[in-house]
Design a protein. Structure first.
Length: 218
């Protein structure tokens, strides 16, 4: 008899379905009611809560301070019943998220630091060879370039295309682009480095959730 999917697989599938539903709702709100107070709360609230919870669990006080400042701004917008033209606020939120990710990856590339993806590789692989360290360092750099490119494309689309196009890019194309980057890198790695130990996406996700900056040495 076929084996039933593991509970972790169901959790991953449920998370993906929830994110897809949130992306669709976000797109509809941004197109049809971007300046309503409840839209602002619905669009920014879950992201703010996720970042704040992660910062609290890691006791990362600068991020918590930034979350507090963002909360004050959002509360002011909601209290006054929304905003006259909030489009730019959404664009800056999207750009700010990618800038924060680019910075998080970049700081691990400094001398004396372990590149972020190298640190994850140490957690998920039994042995990390010099070739794997070199590859994961270059992959960390590639993700930095990806995040910066997304910021540039987002700003260009905002300035040159209709708002509905930007909303579709933000809520639908952005997560799909990240998944495409993951898939393309996975295929490239298997082609170029078949000697690397293969690990499941779930193990990588668990390593990411447990990763602490500076917790892994060379």
């Amino acid at each position: 008899m076929p084996h039933a999917p593991a509970p972790s697989v169901w959790r991953l599938a449920g998370t993906g379905a929830a994110l897809a539903a949130y992306a669709l709702v976000s797109h509809l709100l941004m197109v049809h009611a971007p300046d309503r107070a409840w839209s602002v709360a619905a669009l920014f609230g879950p992201l703010w809560a996720a970042v704040a919870l992660g910062a609290w669990l890691r006791r990362h006080w600068p991020t918590l301070a930034a979350c507090a400042a963002v909360f004050v701004v959002l509360a002011a917008v909601v209290a006054r019943g929304g905003a006259g033209d909030i489009h730019l606020m959404y664009v800056l939120q999207h750009a700010g998220l990618h800038a924060a990710l680019a910075w998080a990856f970049t700081v691990t590339l400094r001398p004396g630091q372990v590149p972020l993806i190298t640190a994850l590789a140490v957690r998920v692989h039994l042995t990390v060879t010099p070739a794997m360290r070199d590859y994961t360092r270059r992959l960390t750099q590639a993700w930095v370039a990806y995040f910066i490119a997304m910021i540039g494309f987002s700003l260009a689309l905002y300035m040159l295309a209709p708002w509905a196009w930007w909303s579709l890019f933000c809520n639908v194309a952005t997560p799909l682009a990240a998944l495409a980057f993951f898939a393309a890198e996975h295929g490239w790695r298997r082609l170029r480095h078949p000697e690397f130990e293969r690990v499941s996406p779930m193990r990588v996700w668990q390593a990411w959730r447990q990763w602490q900056p500076g917790a892994t040495s060379r």
